[in-house]
Design a binder for this molecule. Sequence first.
Ligand SMILES: [Zn+2]
Length: 406
Amino acid sequence: MRILTLLRRLLGVSGLILEGVRFEADTMVVAVRPRWLLPRCGECQAVCPGYDHGRPRRWRHLGLGRLRIQLAYTPRRVHCADCDGVRVEAVSWAPHGGGFTYDFEELVAYMAQVTDKTRVTKLLGISWTSVGAIVRRVVDRKLDPELLDGLRCIGVDEFSYRKRHNYLTIVVDHDRKRVVWARPGKDAATLQAFFAELGPERSAKLECVTSDLSGAFTKAIEEAVPRARHVFDRFHVQRLASDAVDQVRREQLQDLRGTAEGKQLFRSRFALLKSPWNLTPSEKGRLSAVQRANAPLYRAYLLKETLAQALDYRQPIRAERALKSWLGWASRSRLAPFVRVGRTIRKHFNGVLGYVKEGLTNALLEGTNNKIRMIAHRAFGFHQPHALIAMIFLCCSGLVLQPPLP
Ligand SMILES: [Zn+2]
């Protein structure tokens, strides 16, 4: 077997010509050139007349054992009529403007999908900034161009990151369980941009839109898709009740500051906010201490749990009955935060009940939210929102990568 044929098999490359190989310390540098004779524009791929010789360049490729591998070539510069200027020619093994081969980028993106920052950078020996740039290029190349087609039931949610100073608006497809759209911002205009991109034809096919109870999203949804059913996510409705419990707890704490009872109350936060089936024995103990010592706070806890039970019903008629009785209790509870939650739910009664009617589950939005929180944590160091958005698409849009593995 000829040495270059062997090398080609080892590198797993095709569509290029190998010209030679040399070693530099722990790096094997393989000289290559494209198969095509006439140069093509790196930006638009059109065949163009040559302009001059550019500078020698190298592309990092998948390593072999301990050996780093670089492909080396001096791309020509072309004069492209379509791009109206001089451009560096396209090469078949790497994207325009990057320092890595397609195979290497696919592996990096795959690793970024499945593991954390430290491992990716350490195992592949590249900086986190390079990982960010690669993820963006791979997502650009591989993102399903039909993400916005055939949408029937979507969910809209805001996501805060960097200590709640920045926001993204995220749209998920409830049927296919994936993120289909994301953009910085959290107001009506942000969501209007989504509906503008979707266009009137695809918007008209939407049957159901879920969201939180904020006025901003409601306005944009009612304007863009007035005929779709607008449903409020259980996730967000229940969060209103959790926030109200926390508020009651803080009010009680203020009255009891400095006392032993106050100290006990201070430690009860997690026990009060968690779901009962999730409580540890010591949290159960704290909860029963609240029950003995602080009637208003325990009432708030019961209100929160009863609301969750009302939304647990799968039959709309039973959920409706339970929700109405809950509203009566909330308004008589003498707990101002719950009186306010009751008013909000009453105002959006059909949208809250719609959640049960649609038979939707919390899993998608809550799961996506948690996953994005993890990604945002991992993407810390990506200072731009578009880098975070690329990571979200990489991990939550159903993008399947095929890393070049044996
Ligand atoms: Zn061009």
